[in-house]
Design a protein around this ligand. Structure first.
Ligand code: AP5
Ligand code: MG
Length: 314
């Protein structure tokens, strides 16, 4: 596979439907914990049935969009390190202050900082089907993640590589709008919000990401080729026995989504579809509102009022 960096052409910036806003009421970001490599072993055996998946791909390949689709349809959790960092930045945490300039410039945070960011969240994924989006992003992060998961006897089971051409991605990015507090992604030509410029669920204004401009996007793409793409060879190597590497190609969701859905259905029959009554929610550990929604749903179920969603926060 040729990962030589091709300079990105310039991209069009979509008109701003509303002024960017700061995030005023997202809940506090959990304090990052040390990265425990010696956690208790999971009682769950690695029987190949549990989905522990990396969503891998270039910036703008559709990692967030496709993770959200899987999470909406199936009883799966997702964790996006990009969303987590944007929450830290919005909250003004120490990690956020460190990350702000690096993210805005399209560079990568140091591995040790990223481990702090994800460590406490990884513990919450234990015994669940899950997807990591945007982590690992360097060989160092990949090896540390493997050590951590092997130690828990919960190795990766699937690596999905979204293979989308650079020119397709560049045109998508110019049309992307995001709801920063939740990480929900919209696209003005492919996945429009119900009301232009506003989030479907909260009605709050959407914004452009500060790193979605032509120059910075070129740098993010270069970072991908330089630092992240070597992970593909790592996961494809014979030493990597547990995780299946699947490359999905296509330009549109009509092409990629059915392939992804089929891989999950066929290879992981233990992954259950969500009941339709709870399918509308987004179950993401990087969605600051997900935990509160889940707690409320569990309370309602205990009171005999509504379905009992599976409990996913320990
Ligand atoms: P992050 O937020 O992870 O950004 P990224 O990897 O650059 O990926 P994006 O979120 O831009 O794209 P995506 O693949 O999720 O695509 P999307 O679904 O939005 O990271 C941001 C920054 O944080 C990094 O640059 C770095 O600084 C830092 N960072 C994060 N993790 C780190 C780590 N582990 N180590 C160090 N630093 C780290 O889709 C894009 C657009 O396409 C959307 O408009 C969407 O609607 C549209 N679209 C998606 N799918 C389709 C489709 N099938 N057909 C048509 N349109 C589609
Ligand atoms: Mg994303």
């Amino acid at each position: 596979m040729n990962f030589l960096f091709a300079r990105a052409p310039s991209i069009r910036i979509a008109p701003t439907p509303t002024a960017p806003r700061s995030i005023s009421h997202s809940v506090s970001v959990s304090k990052a914990l040390p990265f425990y490599l010696n956690n208790l072993r999971s009682t769950e055996q690695n029987d190949g049935k549990v989905l522990r998946m990396l969503m891998f791909g270039k910036p703008g390949a559709g990692k967030g969009t496709l993770s959200a689709r899987l999470v909406k349809k199936y009883d799966i959790l997702s964790l996006s390190t990009g969303d987590l960092l944007r929450q830290h930045i919005a909250e003004g945490t120490e990690i956020g202050r460190q990350a702000e300039e690096i993210v805005a410039q399209g560079n990568l945070l140091p591995d040790d900082v990223m481990l702090k960011v994800v460590a406490s969240k990884l513990e919450s994924l234990n015994n669940r089907h899950w997807i990591l989006d945007g982590f690992p992003r360097t060989l160092g992060q990949g090896k540390l993640l493997d050590s951590y998961l092997q130690n828990q006897n919960t190795p990766l089971s699937l690596v999905v590589n979204l293979d989308v051409a650079d020119n397709v991605i560049l045109s998508r990015i110019s049309d992307r709008w995001v709801h920063l507090p939740s990480g929900r992604v919209y696209n003005m030509s492919y996945n429009r919000p119900k009301v232009d410029g506003f989030d479907d669920e909260t009605g709050e204004p959407l914004t452009k990401r500060p790193d979605d401009n032509p120059d910075i996007f070129s740098r993010r793409l270069k970072q991908f080729y330089d630092s992240t793409s070597p992970l593909l060879a790592y996961y494809a190597s014979p030493g990597n026995k547990s995780a299946r590497l699947v490359t999905l190609q296509g330009e549109t969701s009509d092409e990629i989504w059915p392939q992804l859905d089929a891989v999950v259905r066929r290879s992981f029959p233990a992954v259950r579809e969500r009941a339709s009554s709870i399918a509308k929610r987004r179950y993401s550990l990087s969605d600051p509102f997900a935990m509160e929604r889940e707690k409320r749903a569990i309370k309602r179920a205990a009171a005999g009022d509504g379905p009992n969603p599976s409990k996913f926060f320990n």
